[in-house]
Design a protein around this ligand. Sequence first.
Ligand code: SAM
Length: 251
Amino acid sequence: MILDFRLYFRVRKCIDRDSLERSLEYTMDKKKPVAPVNELIVSLPGKEIKLFITADFEALITDLEDAEKVPCWAAVWPAAYGLACHIWEHITFRPDEEVLELGAGMGLPGIVCGLKGARLTLSDFNSQALEMARYNARANGVEPELLLADWRSFPEKKHFDLILASDILYDPKLNPSLGPIFHKNLRPGGRIFIAHPQREATFEFIKDWYDASLFTQQIHWETVELEDALLPRYKIAIQEFKKQEDSGAKG
Ligand SMILES: C[S@@+](CC[C@H](N)C(=O)[O-])C[C@H]1O[C@@H](n2cnc3c(N)ncnc32)[C@H](O)[C@@H]1O
């Protein structure tokens, strides 16, 4: 029964679709019609977050052969719900704390950090994702910085207090690029949250990357319920890594 769910998500048709489409039009592929959007309501305990997401995922696919062109940024993945809930319920921020969300897609966990008072940088290599994520952040009263960057050539931007990685460690070919980003962009004493639906590739990455002399680690679990007839329930692993305060030279 739906009220028993700890987390509940529902999608409904966007009421003010035209104005959102106009605002996104300039970032969308001009050769294709502007993708219609749906409104997604994310219900966290005591808080509703409204996100606009594409209504037609397949319309954004330009080349099925090329994994980089599959628009996985356009969905909100179960890991993002789980991480958003974990942050909402368990994490507090000082006003000057800086959060970087990598592979942000629609940016849900980052938006929750912004709602809790952190300064937010949303990052992705897809500019449409970043525009939509910014639109969604603003719709919820959060003003993010945007960082358009590919993990394979990622800048050393600044030393963040928290780095969010929601379902981004799924590709064994790309995963090795993430380790150096974590090391170079996290301050000593800072934390990384890696959220995933228990992916083998993510556990493998962590096994290779984790260095107990640099980080302490904890694992948290969130159960996510979705309105999905096929896969309604996910157990999301949230692996938390805290960088040692004296790790400066070693990282
Ligand atoms: C599975 S989606 C996860 C999106 C979001 N974090 C979530 O959990 O809903 C992976 C995200 O990583 C981004 N991404 C994939 N490869 C990337 C790369 N090489 N550099 C930067 N971002 C990348 C995609 O654009 C997409 O937004």
